[in-house]
Design a protein around this ligand. Structure first.
Ligand SMILES: Nc1ncnc2c1ncn2[C@@H]1O[C@H](COP(=O)(O)OP(=O)(O)OP(=O)(O)O)[C@@H](O)[C@H]1O
Ligand SMILES: [Mg+2]
Length: 255
């Protein structure tokens, strides 16, 4: 189980000239167990900051975060983070990158090896276990990143524009792959993206952040049935959600 509840979160940064700059003003947010929630909003509005606070990498100035009713204060194995740029260790193979978190947890070798081989299969990298990151394509590296975040079996996956650096075709393929993996692994996902069609295609709900300092401007439910083939992106129901969200963000950018 992994239900995330965020209440009245605020956070400011200190600017180089010593002033407080509010980034998150009053963000309230929930992601139900197994739900896929996407976050979109104008550039610089505080999306990455929000995810870093959820992960415990940054502290909040006020408000609360709870996972299954337990307050969250710092990082923990109940949340896995997937960054935009891959953060793989170049001197480790695919298998050893995926197993890194398990080593830190001091799992016994046989268990770790079995878990890694399950994850390699889940993300579709069979045959590449002994490759090094520089021998992989961008899409493959993001598969390794995802497997590495899944290895510690977190209830919640926090993803910050994980496909932003990929070409359009690979990106579409990875979107479909992510939905397959999500359905199989049963995770609660919070997914940040700039691409509105990506948000609508992937998510159960799309949360729109306002311009900085951020509040939740709107939440759009995407009640399009699953499984969603890539062709679902061209359905009128999907396109009208995309339009609606575009308009909301445009308003914020103009403000
Ligand atoms: N460590 C930091 N110290 C000071 N200011 C910061 C820090 N991190 C982020 N900021 C500021 O907070 C604001 C929000 O940044 P953040 O990266 O959260 O936005 P974002 O919505 O993820 O943007 P983008 O869509 O471009 O990725 C920006 O104005 C940024 O300059
Ligand atoms: Mg960001």
């Amino acid at each position: 189980m992994a239900t995330l509840e965020v209440e009245g979160l605020c956070k400011s940064y200190r600017t180089p000239n010593g002033q407080d700059m509010p980034v998150l003003k009053d963000v309230s947010f929930t992601a139900a167990d197994g739900e896929f929630v996407a976050i979109v909003g104008p550039s610089g509005c505080g999306k990455t900051t929000f995810l870093r606070v959820l992960d415990g990498l940054a502290g909040a100035d006020g408000g609360s975060i709870a996972l299954d009713g337990r307050p969250i204060a710092g990082p923990g194995p109940d949340r896995g983070f997937v960054f935009q740029s891959d953060s793989l260790l170049p001197w480790r193979t695919v298998a050893d990158n995926i197993g890194f978190g398990l080593e830190l947890q001091r799992r016994d070798r046989a268990t770790a090896r079995r878990m890694v081989s399950d994850l390699v299969r889940l993300v579709g990298l069979e045959g590449f276990e002994r490759y090094y990151p520089h021998q992989l394509s961008g899409g493959m590296r993001q598969r390794v990143n995802l497997a590495r975040a899944l290895a510690i079996d977190p209830g919640v996956l926090l993803m910050d524009e994980p496909f932003a650096a990929l070409d359009a075709q690979t990106r579409e393929l990875m979107q479909a792959e992510l939905l397959r993996i999500w359905a199989e692994a049963h995770k609660t996902v919070v997914f940040i993206t700039h691409q509105i069609d990506e948000a609508v295609y992937l998510a159960d709900r799309v949360v729109v952040f306002s311009a900085r300092p951020s509040v939740v401007k709107a939440t759009i439910t995407v009640d399009i049935p699953r499984p969603r083939p890539l062709s679902a992106k061209r359905q009128p129901a999907m396109l009208s959600r995309v339009d609606e969200i575009w308009r909301l963000i445009e308003e914020e950018v103009r403000r």
